[in-house]
Design a protein around this ligand. Structure first.
Ligand SMILES: NC(=O)c1ccc[n+]([C@@H]2O[C@H](COP(=O)([O-])OP(=O)(O)OC[C@H]3O[C@@H](n4cnc5c(N)ncnc54)[C@H](OP(=O)(O)O)[C@@H]3O)[C@@H](O)[C@H]2O)c1
Length: 261
């Protein structure tokens, strides 16, 4: 089977809401079959029902990527359904907010498990298969947070720096292959992520955020073009550029000030 209806298969983690969901919709519209991962079974069922209307195969698996054997379960699921993953989008990510000394240990370790361990393990599982097939595409979702240190969100910023560096390294390793590698680095986006992470923003600040739909549209276009680092939004591009020219000591002070609110 491999490619149902002779069309490619995209695996998207964290595909029930926010950026992952909007990306899933764009793939569905382009008739790419989908494997969708998230924890909430009911929400997965709803998204499957909605996206199946595009005449594609939609496979869903409820997994908590913070759990140890979740990536093995994902591989088993793909194999049992006789699928091959042509496009991999490591989008699922969680945040935490506050001084490291005050955040629960369990929360920080879960963040590392989802944002770093699972992303690495899933890539490590599916990349060799893509290499065997001689083609494939991987997009890892980082953040503009990847470019600097983030006091009051120390673990989250550091986890996204890992994702960016990991993805850049892979891009170089795979330069002479037909495997495309991209790192999506959005600035703050209007999704449930902010609230779930404990980030408080006033109404005016919330209005200025990009929507997940806008982010996904840019990501989809630039990923298809094979762009390595994708930063949606002019303001975010300027912030990253400015960050290159100011000392790190100043950048982290500014971020602490912003995170103190
Ligand atoms: N929103 C922002 O401001 C922002 C900015 C920059 C970068 N990002 C990054 O963009 C990515 C997507 O963020 P988003 O804003 O779209 O988030 P979101 O709206 O909170 O959606 C997160 C998705 O991931 C799934 N998920 C969460 N924890 C999971 C787990 N342990 N195992 C499996 N699936 C899990 C969620 O479904 P379940 O809850 O059902 O599992 C949901 O489908 C993340 O990597 C985030 O770090 C977000």
């Amino acid at each position: 089977m491999g490619k149902p209806y002779g069309r490619s298969v995209a695996l998207i983690t964290g595909a029930t809401t926010g950026i992952g969901y909007e990306l899933a919709k764009l793939y569905a519209k382009d008739k790419i079959n989908l494997i969708l991962v998230a924890r909430d079974d009911e929400k997965l069922r709803e998204v499957k029902e909605e996206l199946s209307l595009y005449d594609i195969m939609v496979y869903t698996i409820s997994l908590d990527l913070a759990e140890d054997n979740s990536c093995e379960k994902l591989l088993d699921f793909v194999n049992k359904n006789n699928l091959s993953v042509d496009i991999l989008i490591n989008n699922a990510g969680i945040g935490s907010f506050g001084y490291l000394s005050e955040i629960e240990m369990e929360k920080e370790l879960k963040l590392i498990d989802v944002n770093i361990r699972a992303l690495t393990e899933i890539t490590k599982i599916f990349l060799p298969i893509m290499i065997d097939h001689g083609e494939g595409a991987i997009m890892n979702v980082a953040s503009t947070a990847a470019f600097c240190a983030g006091p009051k969100m120390a673990t989250y910023y550091a986890s996204k720096a890992y994702v960016l560096n990991f993805t850049e390294a892979l891009y170089e390793e795979l330069r002479d292959t037909e495997i495309k590698v991209s790192c999506l680095c959005p600035g703050p986006v209007k999704t449930s992520f902010q609230e779930k992470s404990g980030i408080r923003k006033n109404e005016a600040a919330k209005k200025a955020l990009m929507t997940a739909k806008e982010v996904a549209k840019v990501a989809y276009k630039d990923f298809n073009k094979g762009k390595l680092i994708i930063v949606p939004g002019f303001k975010n591009k300027v912030i990253i550029l400015l960050n290159k020219f100011i000392p790190r000591s100043l950048s982290r002070k500014i971020i602490l000030m912003m995170n103190k609110g």
